[in-house]
Design a protein around this ligand. Sequence first.
Ligand code: DAH
Length: 360
Amino acid sequence: MNEIDTLSDTLLSEIAAAQDEAALEQLRIAALGKAGSVSALLKTLGAMTPDERKEKGPLINGLRDRVQTALGERKDALGEAALDARLASERIDISLPVREGPEARGRIHPISQVIDEITAIFGDMGFAIAEGPDVETDDLNFTKLNFPVGHPAREMHDTFFFAPDANGERKLLRTHTSPVQIRTMIAQEPPIRVVCPGRTYRMDSDQTHTPMFHQVEGLVIEKKAHFGHMKWVLEEFCKAFFEVEGVKMRFRPSFFPFTEPSAEVDIQCSRKGGEIRFGEGEDWLEILGCGMVHPNVLRNCGLDPDVYQGFAWGMGIDRIAMLKYGVPDLRPFFEADVRWLSHYGFRPLDLPTLAGGLTS
Ligand code: DAH
């Protein structure tokens, strides 16, 4: 091997082995700098005979070109490797799971869910929502609803009374949502079509009763509203609420002071395997009370019973929530235990609508 080839091999392997740009620069100076090995060879060209130059010139120039190219390529390679190393060291793993936000972790209480479902169903039928206060007068909770003073039906309500005020008036915690009927009839002209969800109170506590519970009242007052309309409304509601194609309903004669005639409504169900299903089976389950609004009640609200008539119903929300969602005990509904809520609660963004499905 001649001197040029030897130098070429040495330089190229040194360049290939250079670990950083500083080392590479040292090599460049050692080869191509003023006193470099390749420069020294280039200088020898001047002293050569034309024939010698013709032979050695291309070899020496070729060496210089190869060294230059190798230096450039090695520099690029070191630059890329340095960038890769930096990217690797600064890497952020964005694939780590993000902590759930409150809108994903929070839960809607089954009672709120059921109230939203009821509102969606009756809203779709053209009903408005009406509300009244939890603290009610005896007059609106009882007297105007045709419970005469001293009538035994008052005693059946296990009422929480407040101490009499300065005027001797004894307020109470409303025992049903029916006073909202009275408030609505006094406040607005028929036609009236409202549902009134809300809290109600009675002195009662066991697996299926709590001192505070929820009802939803319905009221329709028009000139021609009749019992058949009521049956249709209640049947449509039950089908939509329990999400079944059809329900069989049984209207049993009953008594409420504020309706005449009055009925209690049972829906057909099966209880096979301890699980209640609607739209099938041979059993019956009571779900609400209803009737045609009593003429005395219309009169008490300033409406002429010879002109207006209507129907009303009242239903326990907690009870139908337990039925629909298979909750065996009523008391934990109001114990504010997050473990219970995360089991029975609903995702906040799954709002019930008739079009999108009540429960997704
Ligand atoms: N207020 C009744 C109760 O709490 C339920 C009820 C029955 C309401 C018949 C009504 C009705 O509007 O027409 O037991």
